[in-house]
Design a protein around this ligand. Structure first.
Ligand code: SAM
Length: 307
């Protein structure tokens, strides 16, 4: 690291001097306020305006650091309209700091549109790096770091989510890589069950919960182990990054050495436990934390694929 002013994108200026005009994309903490950077504080103090995903959320941060810069909302529902107004200010030499509720603006958050418009208009766009949930989780996951794919949130609907994961598994091809998702606590069990159904129970996953906060937690293990651990809790709470060591399907199949598909598991239950298909589906649904109809639909899909 260099403290040399000549190498810095934004030279360190005395607090009394204004930062250069332009759009500043400012990362804010993802939980622990100690993760704000000195440059972020300088920019937030000296900007003409702070464009926020949620002004109330950002106000808490500003109050904590005794910053009184005026704020304006800029969220997914008004980003385009707000961009027109902010561009007026930026084109006349204004200084705008853009922040989201947490982490890097633009990463599964608003911000990309305003940044693109500013670049197109020749306005300087200056990133102020800092906390980001995906990378924070990745570096401490223990999963391979060489190649990773950040995928944001999976679709909320069960069918669309499963299709997305199947498409991803097909796209992985020969290259193993770490996949990074953002996931809501009330969907994590279903998503782990989907991952298991697509890649098999031996898939290595990491659930990174409440990063940088008091109850920060990393759960590392197979999809089946982590799902069992979380299913045993009263309720899964907090913010979650889900990481997956995605490997080519054939490799995952061979390593697991067990049947991966619903169809195989149904047959296994029928023969080993001596129950009929309907009962086997019921049990599997319970085990996977899914509804019977979802498991049945998956069985039908697999049978169609095997024809
Ligand atoms: N822009 C943010 C960033 O740079 O990380 C992400 C915003 S996205 C709307 C919010 C999601 O990020 C959460 O639902 C969760 O999946 C993840 N996330 C944010 N803060 C987190 C934290 N402290 N611990 C774990 N996951 C977090």
């Amino acid at each position: 690291m260099s403290g040399d002013d000549e190498t810095a994108a934004t030279p360190r200026l005395p607090a009394s001097r204004l930062i250069a005009p332009g759009l500043y994309l400012v990362a804010t903490p993802i939980g622990n306020l100690g993760d704000i950077t000195l440059r972020a504080l300088d920019v937030l103090k000296q900007a003409d305006r702070i464009a926020c995903e949620d002004t109330r959320q950002t106000q808490k941060l500003l109050n904590h650091f005794e910053i009184s810069t005026p704020t304006v909302s800029c969220h997914e529902h008004n980003e385009r309209q707000r961009t027109v107004e902010l561009m007026e200010l930026l084109k006349t030499g204004g200084r705008v700091a853009l922040v989201s509720d947490a982490g890097m603006p633009g990463i599964s958050d608003p911000g990309g549109w305003l940044a693109a418009e500013a670049i197109a208009a020749g306005v300087p766009v200056i990133p102020i790096p800092g906390a980001n949930a995906a990378l924070t989780a990745l570096v401490a996951s223990g999963l391979p770091l060489g190649e990773f794919l950040f995928l944001g949130f999976l679709p909320e609907k069960a069918g669309a989510r499963r299709s997305r994961l199947e498409a991803l598994a097909a796209e992985i091809g020969e290259a193993a890589r770490t996949l990074i998702f953002y996931e809501a606590p009330h969907r994590i069990l279903e998503t782990l069950a989907d991952l298991e159904a697509v890649w098999g129970p031996e898939l290595r996953v990491v659930v990174a919960r409440e990063l940088t906060k008091i109850h920060e937690e990393f759960l590392r293990g197979t999809a089946a182990e982590i799902r069992r651990e979380l299913a045993g809790r009263d309720r899964v709470r907090g913010e979650i990054v889900l990481l997956v060591e995605a490997r080519p399907l054939k490799e995952a199949d061979a390593e697991a050495g067990t049947p991966l598909r619903i169809a195989d598991r149904v047959v296994r239950l029928q023969t080993e436990v001596g129950i009929d298909e309907k009962e086997a589906l019921k049990r599997l649904a319970r085990e996977l934390g899914q509804s019977k109809s979802e498991v049945y639909r998956e069985l039908q899909r697999e049978r169609a694929r095997r024809k």
